[in-house]
Design a protein around this ligand. Structure first.
Ligand SMILES: Cc1ncc(COP(=O)(O)O)c(C=O)c1O
Length: 488
């Protein structure tokens, strides 16, 4: 068992105790037989210090934003102020029951109403619903709004949604789930829409288009106003995938670009960590003429009174039980207030500056297909010198030896060796410089000792996995580990 840590059961010594309960003063309590265990439970017998060290050491095995940089492109993993977590956990927020009367929850409703308003003005939309649980869920709700709108207009021929080939995978999936056909449009090398292909696919069947801007390569879509006009001219709608709003905050608004529907991932931009399976929220915003389609419940203000309105159910009804993930709203609201209206743009300026700094510092050793100024993220196509056949996967694995989480790899599919980096706005120059230095070292190693890079990682508990076997026959139990180890 050299390579793997012990389980708490391996530390067990018969009779050892961490804590002994005082003798019970209740005598002869006889439980019904059906409630009794047939045999004693197999619990580990470990001293207090043993337990403490075991779990403390285990907790150090986690990689997180608290331990080092997390430069995942598209999956924004940035530091989020812990104070917002504490706010969300305050009993006034966490102990409220969804059925509590409006009159007793005025402060909370005011906050939700305020957040709807903040998001509307940040994004240039008329109305927002907060209810969706995630980005992909928001997309589905937005596409359902698009569908209802066309049904109401009698646009039965509008069956197609245009989606660029570089789009996040959730985009075509959401369009199909909402009942549309997906028509793929080609992208240029910098991820922008290939306008010839766009016009060749645009017709009377076009219900709308789904775009993210800046696009998946991190480049701003220069033709957005032309695209917007063309889609509206055929009676279609524009959907904006606002999962990554960091680079636009306080600088540009999807509504002003002509988008009609959008979602925002609060769990990326607004103070909730992305990933990890925790709660998220994908609020959906719409232009004025679509507000009636937003799902219930809506929080409305009548004079000084805030009320939950279930009658504003639009045509979608309800898409989540009650109001979605309330704690996430508290964090987002606090985050926006912490920065204030005049300072939100600092987030976007730092996100863009950091990404361009990393890009420019590495472009002599990593292949950069799009030379354009990037926004919050950018994509290399593997190493510039590919003569030693070191791949993006090798680079990612070698990064683990230096204590860095790898960037997103092999997405987007536009390039064969995609290495997608998003340094985010919260990293210091010192940390970013170390990251750049490590990537330069790896590029050098790739030329001088390629076999060593190809065999990475060298320092992790588990080395390079057989990816196919790991997916098909995963080793999930400690006994399986042990069996494998005894064969070694
Ligand atoms: C561009 C884009 N769209 C949509 C999503 C989906 O968001 P979620 O993971 O919350 O469903 C993501 C997630 O990373 C994304 O990057």
């Amino acid at each position: 068992m050299k390579n793997y840590d012990t389980l708490i059961f391996d530390l067990s010594v018969k009779g050892r105790r961490g804590y002994t309960l005082p003798k019970s003063s209740y005598k002869d309590v006889v439980l019904p037989k059906k409630l009794l265990r047939p045999a004693k439970p197999e619990l580990p017998e470990v001293g207090e210090l043993g337990v403490l060290r075991h779990f403390t050491n285990m907790s150090f095995k986690n990689y997180g934003i608290e331990t080092n940089m997390y430069p995942l492109g598209s999956c924004t993993m940035k530091y989020n102020p812990k104070v917002h977590q504490e706010l969300a956990a305050l009993p006034a927020f966490s102990s409220v029951h969804p059925y509590q009367k409006d009159k007793d929850t005025q402060g909370l409703l005011k906050m939700v109403h305020g957040l709807q308003g903040f998001l509307s003005s940040i994004a240039g939309m008329a109305e927002f619903t907060l209810n969706s649980f995630a980005g992909a869920h928001g997309e589905l709700v937005g596409l359902m709004v698009m569908k209802k709108y066309h049904e109401d207009q009698g646009n039965t021929q509008k069956t197609n949604v245009l989606v660029p080939d570089a789009a996040h995978g959730t985009n075509p999936a959401s369009a199909i789930l909402a009942g549309f056909n997906v028509v793929e449009i080609a992208s240029n090398l910098d991820g922008t829409v290939d306008m010839d292909d766009f016009y060749s696919k645009l017709d009377d069947h076009t219900a709308g288009i789904m775009l993210t801007n800046p696009n998946t390569i991190g480049v701003f879509e220069r033709n957005i106003l032309e695209i917007s006009k063309a889609i509206h001219d055929v009676g279609g709608l524009l959907y904006y995938d606002g999962a990554n709003l960091n680079p636009l905050l306080g600088m540009a608004r999807p509504g002003d670009m002509g988008f009609d529907i959008m979602h925002i991932n609060l769990h990326k931009t607004f103070s909730t960590p992305h990933g990890g399976g925790g709660p998220g929220a994908g609020p959906v915003g719409v232009a004025k003429h679509l507000a009636k389609y937003l799902p219930a419940p809506r929080i409305k203000k009548e004079g000084d009174h805030y009320a939950i309105d279930w009658t504003l159910a639009g045509k979608l009804g309800q898409i989540s039980p009650f109001y979605g993930n309330f704690g996430v709203y508290v964090k987002a609201y606090a985050f926006i207030l912490t920065y204030g209206k005049d300072h939100l743009s600092e987030i976007s300026k730092m996100a863009v500056l950091n990404a361009n700094y990393v890009k420019e510092s590495l472009k002599d050793v990593y292949e950069l297909p799009s030379k354009a100024l990037c926004k919050h993220e950018f994509v290399f196509n593997g190493l510039k010198d590919k003569s030693t056949h070191v791949t993006t996967l090798d680079v990612a694995k070698r990064l683990l030896d230096f204590g860095f989480h790898p960037p997103t790899i092999y997405f987007p599919l536009l390039y064969k060796e995609s290495l997608m980096i998003e340094p985010v706005e919260t990293e210091s120059k010192q940390t970013i410089d170390v990251f750049i230095g490590v990537l330069r070292t790896i590029a050098e190693e790739a030329l001088t000792m390629p076999d060593f890079v190809k065999a990475a990682p060298h320092t992790t508990i588990v080395r390079r996995l057989d990816e196919a076997l790991a997916a098909r026959r995963p080793i999930l139990t400690y006994d399986q580990f042990k069996a494998l180890d005894s064969l070694a």
